[in-house]
Structure formats: C-alpha cells, structure tokens
Write a protein that binds this ligand. Structure first.
Ligand code: SF4
Length: 275
C-alpha cells in the first residue's frame, strides 16, 4: 500500500519517515488572445440552444431558492417554470406543474411527468392518466375535483435502443429532494384532506425512505410525526403508479394489477365519503 504523506514545504514526509521530493505542477502557457477569440466564435451556439445551456441562475440543489416572494398557486407555477435546482431542467422539455382546484379534497402525487406529459406540459394526460381517470370514475371520485401532481416536475429519460423512443428513468434521491419544495408548496396551498401517493417515489418522498407500497397500499396512513408538509392532512394513501399496471408483463398480471389499483382508489373514495 502506498504511504500517505503529511506536511508541506520542499518535500513531504511520509508515514514511513522518509522525505519525498515534490514535483512542481506544470502551469499551461496562456493562449494568445486572437486564438481564443477564434475558438469562441467557432463554438458559438444558436440563441435558442444558448438559452437552455446558460441558465439564468446557477444550480442551487433546492427549488426553495426559486420560490416567489408571495406564495399563491399561480405564482408558484410560474416560478417553477424557471427552476434550475437540479440537472433535470436540461432533459425535460418543460416544468410540468400540478393541476386542479385549490381546496381539492384529494391530491394525487405521481413520480414525474411521462413522455406525453412532458410534451403537453400537463400532468397525467398520457396513458397512465387515462387509466387514472377511468379508475377515478369507477371509484366515484370526480376527476375535476382532484389535484394531480408529481414528486419531480421534469421528465427524466434516456434514449431507447433504437434511438427514437424516450424511455423513462427513475429520478434519484437528490433530484427528488431538490424538487420537494414545489410539492410542499402545492400541499400547503391546496390543503387537501387526503393525499394519494402513486408509486414508491411519491410515497417515499412524503412518508420516508423506509416506506413500502407493497406492504401498506390501500390503507389510510396517519401523517408521520415531524412531517411538516403533511401537518394539515388527515390521511395519506399509497398505491402503485398506473404506469406500472400498464407495464405488466402479460395480460393476466395486468388484469390483476389493474383490479387491485381500482380497489385501492375505491378505498380512498370510501374514506372521503366518511367525511
Ligand atoms: S426537476 Fe424539479 S428541482 Fe429539478 S429543475 Fe425541474 S422543477 Fe427544478
């Protein structure tokens, strides 16, 4: 194993007691101004690309730094459109903020916008949204009366093997954390009685990393102690994300997954009816 060095000056003394001479670092010679100017001109990008690659503000790691002075849903939505708190603003076409009435009884929280939502700029308008709409109708929950949003507001994706399709990629912990203030803001302003987490990313963002959807789905869960964002919420439910139902490997599995998903939403409807 190489000996670690301590001390500085002309040489460094190693843990083994010998002195090793330090080699001075090479400082590259500065290039002539004319050459660097030519290089800058050659690498200049079109204005619309420059706009996306030169953020108005640097990354800060928390969406909180992009909050408006006064908190209202429209102002929050407007501010989120310029968020640069994590690298996903570069991969998504636009910020997809939540939608629905302020004062909605129930808020559905998914993971992130999908391909269709990313292009449309609205949450739950793709195939997953259609399944959610159908399950809500089945459960007797008015779709127009619920607020729908995501734990992460930009679409994270990678190119499929054939190079055309954009394949969903799960956001990592730091991206979920950076985006969390937008979700907290939505919860504080909408003030739902009940929050339904669709999938593990949303559930863990609100209920903690240890939460397992498979173990606790379809049950009314009291907001955990110290979860400030959930202080005014009566109960949190968790179920799977509708996209996981659509991705089931065969028709039988899909049928069962869809039946269970619909059953979970009926339990939410039952809780809401109890008042
Ligand atoms: S994903 Fe969230 S935190 Fe990251 S840039 Fe988009 S809005 Fe901001």
């Amino acid at each position: 194993m190489a000996a670690r060095t301590t001390g500085s000056s002309a040489g460094r003394r190693t843990r083994a007691g010998t002195t090793r001479k330090l080699t001075p670092k090479r400082v590259p010679a500065r290039k002539p101004a004319a050459k660097s100017a030519r290089r800058a001109a050659a690498t200049r990008v079109p204005a619309h690309v420059a706009e996306r690659s030169a953020p108005p503000r640097e990354r800060t790691d928390t969406a909180r730094d992009f909050f408006p002075d006064r908190l209202t849903l429209p102002r929050l939505r407007e501010a989120a459109a310029g968020c640069r708190a994590c690298p996903l603003w570069r991969t998504g076409t636009q910020t997809v903020f939540g939608e629905g009435p302020r004062g909605a009884d129930v808020m559905f929280v998914g993971e992130q916008p999908g391909d269709k939502e990313d292009l449309a700029g609205h949450p739950f308008v793709g195939p997953s949204g259609q399944l959610l709409d159908s399950a809500l109708e089945d459960a007797g929950i008015d779709r127009g009366g619920v607020y729908v949003t995501n734990a992460v507001k930009h679409f994270k994706w990678e190119r499929g093997e054939k190079g055309k399709r954009r394949i969903h990629k799960t956001p990592n912990t730091s991206e979920v954390r950076a985006c969390h203030p937008w979700l907290e803001g939505e919860i504080a302003l909408v003030r739902p009685r009940v929050i339904v987490c669709l999938g593990a990313t949303a559930a863990q963002a609100l209920l903690g990393k240890q939460f397992r959807v498979t173990q606790s789905r379809g049950r009314a869960i009291a907001p955990p102690e110290g979860a400030d964002a959930l202080a005014r919420v009566d109960a949190v439910f968790a179920t799977v994300h509708p996209s996981s139902v659509l991705r089931a490997p065969d028709p039988r599995t899909r049928e069962r997954a869809e039946r269970e998903f619909r059953a979970d939403l009926k339990k939410v409807a039952g809780y809401l009816k109890k008042g």
